[in-house]
Design a protein around this ligand. Structure first.
Ligand code: ARG
Length: 566
């Protein structure tokens, strides 16, 4: 039973007419701990009970079983509950230490399936900052939802279809044999393909036949031409290999890479459905779905030249995912600039009669701005994400070697700290806010950073190594004393933070929790000699272990590693 539940059940016994949920709803947490750990206001009962709130409060207190509390007192119209801290604290620590990996879990999802569409870069183009944000935010949300017992299906919906691939093929056929292109494809395939694409677009102004060639190649692709598909597969493979390097750095693994091309083969169904329901309207040669009733721009389904569009593929994707995974939620982690687009997608599905249209949620996020000069670029004129991550690792390595020159595995730790720093920085504020990225602010051991949290945990681990105890099963945990109460009660709020993060798809709640826990532990450490050899030492070490466990767990939810030493 949580502490709050303890209060609810004590009150419920004295107030048989009220439901537990209603009581729980009214319970407050006093700002000042002088007023107890929980408070229950009695004034809302005055009307029904025809009595002054203070009298009501007194009556209730007289009926309450106070054995589980230090005291229960009336203060004006409030009943203040003071927990038996030693007992409650020992319970929290015991729960953590017994099963650190599962601590904080709650069953909100009952194993229901959730698809999450994130990262989703476009092939033959470098992965952009927006895709990096999508990857980090999506992965954190996936992990948080798993923690509350959903079953996650991670989909990297590659942008691997569209007329641009026809152009790329035409360009490759014309210029691909040159040594420059051949070398480029070996060393930097994505930017080389991009250059080919830019070149054909620029030169098409003077050579309209290039545009025709591109159109022809795309038509070949649509009609299953062997050579076109070979090229397409090859573009896709070299792009994915490149993306995979970033995914490996971030430790992100997808269940599916079915992208737009996969859906492009399944478009008959949504188009037929739209036709059957008379939702397709002709408009200047194109076919559209009118969304005026929702104050949204119309959806372009089939262009005047007969080709389908990005949203037609997304409609097919949505139908496929629902059928394939029977999801309870279908999430799309995509930048805020596509907000209108996802509204259109939802409303189109609604018009088509799918009652699950509202399972689709667009998890939008703001831009990431790069301020630091260093962040501009090493190679091309687009910021390479690998460079961002590598620069961060380099800076982390430098700082670690100053702080801890004797570290045994500095490269491994530098990676965990450098990459963890980037991820943490991305996630610590609400996702819709823009992120300012300046390497020196990100990889810092002080302030609201990932390394600060990692360092607090490494400190806890170092204390534990010195303390030499790791088995706390026979330790009297209540001996930590009231001074540890704030820290312990905060440990007790972990699952609350997880729930809030899950409800709002908001990893920043977990990041802020981790920061606060690290801060509280550092304060405790500054004022208490954990390793002092007195009777309470084992209990203090148990507390240290619990803090370390929960910090590690919170960081893991954000996809940030927790080195034991740094
Ligand atoms: N490839 C798209 C882009 O780079 C993102 C795809 C998001 N997912 C989706 N099902 N539309 O903007």
């Amino acid at each position: 039973m949580s502490e709050k539940e303890q209060v609810v059940s004590a009150l419920a016994a004295a107030l048989p007419d009220l439901g537990a949920a209603e009581i729980a709803d009214k319970i407050e947490r006093p700002k000042d701990s002088k007023n107890g750990d929980f408070a229950f206001p009695a004034f809302f009962l005055a009307k029904t009970m025809h009595k002054a709130p203070q009298m009501i409060a007194q009556d209730i207190v007289a009926k309450i079983d106070q054995s589980g509390f230090d005291k229960v007192v009336v203060a004006g119209p409030y009943i203040n509950f003071y927990l038996n801290k030693a007992k409650v604290g020992a319970n929290i620590l015991e729960k953590i230490l017994n099963d650190p990996e599962h601590y904080g879990e709650i069953d909100l999802g009952h194993q229901a399936n959730v698809t999450i569409d994130y990262s989703s870069p476009n092939i033959a183009k470098p992965m952009g900052m927006g895709h990096l944000r999508s990857t980090m935010i999506g992965e954190a949300i996936a992990r948080i939802l798993e923690k509350v017992n959903y079953n996650l299906i991670r989909v990297d919906y590659l942008g691997d279809w569209g007329t641009q691939f026809g152009k790329m093929m035409a360009a490759y056929k014309m210029w691909g044999d040159s040594q420059e292109v051949q070398d480029g494809l070996k060393n930097d395939p994505i930017n080389t393909l991009l250059k080919l694409y830019v070149r054909i677009n620029t030169e098409a102004d003077e050579h309209p036949e290039y545009t025709d060639a591109g159109r022809e190649w795309f038509a070949k692709l649509e009609h299953g031409d062997k050579e076109a598909w070979r090229l397409w597969r090859w573009f896709r493979t070299i792009s994915l290999q490149r993306f995979q390097r970033v995914y490996d750095m971030l430790d992100v693994k997808f269940d599916s890479f079915n992208g737009e091309a996969f859906s492009a083969q399944k478009m008959d169904e949504p188009i037929q459905l739209l036709r059957d329901k008379h939702l397709l309207e002709k408009s200047r040669g194109a076919e559209i779905v009118d969304l005026d009733e929702y104050n949204l721009p119309p959806l372009l389904i089939i262009k005047s030249n007969g080709t389908t569009t990005y949203i037609t593929r997304d409609l097919a994707t949505a139908l496929f995912r629902k059928r394939m995974y029977g999801h309870a939620k279908s999430l799309y982690v995509v930048g805020a600039e596509q907000e209108v687009y996802f509204k259109q997608l939802r409303m189109a599905l609604k018009k088509m009669g799918f009652n699950w249209w509202n399972q689709i949620t667009h998890i939008s996020f703001g831009l990431m701005n790069l301020n630091g000069k260093k962040m501009s670029t090493r190679k091309g004129n687009v910021v390479s994400l690998e460079d961002v991550l590598n620069d961060s690792v380099d800076l982390a390595r430098k700082q670690i070697s100053e702080k801890n020159p004797d570290l045994k595995n500095p490269d491994e730790v530098a990676k965990q700290v450098g990459i963890g720093a980037v991820i943490f920085h991305d996630l610590k504020n609400y996702r819709r806010n823009a992120v300012n990225f300046k390497l020196e602010d990100v990889v810092k051991f002080e302030g609201e950073t990932g390394p600060y949290v990692q360092y607090a945990r490494a400190r806890a681990e170092s204390i534990l190594r010195k303390g030499g105890i790791r088995d706390f099963s026979n330790v009297d945990l209540s001996q930590v004393g009231d001074e540890a109460w704030e820290l312990i009660s905060f440990l007790g709020q972990y699952s609350n933070a997880i729930k809030r993060a899950a409800d709002n798809y908001d990893p920043s709640v977990v990041a802020k929790y981790a920061l606060e826990l690290a801060k509280k532990f550092n304060q405790y450490y500054a004022h208490h000699r954990i390793l002092d050899n007195d009777a309470a030492q084992p209990a203090r070490l148990a507390l240290t272990q619990a803090v370390s466990d929960v910090l590690k767990s919170a960081l893991a939810l954000l996809d940030v590693k927790a080195p034991d030493e740094m």
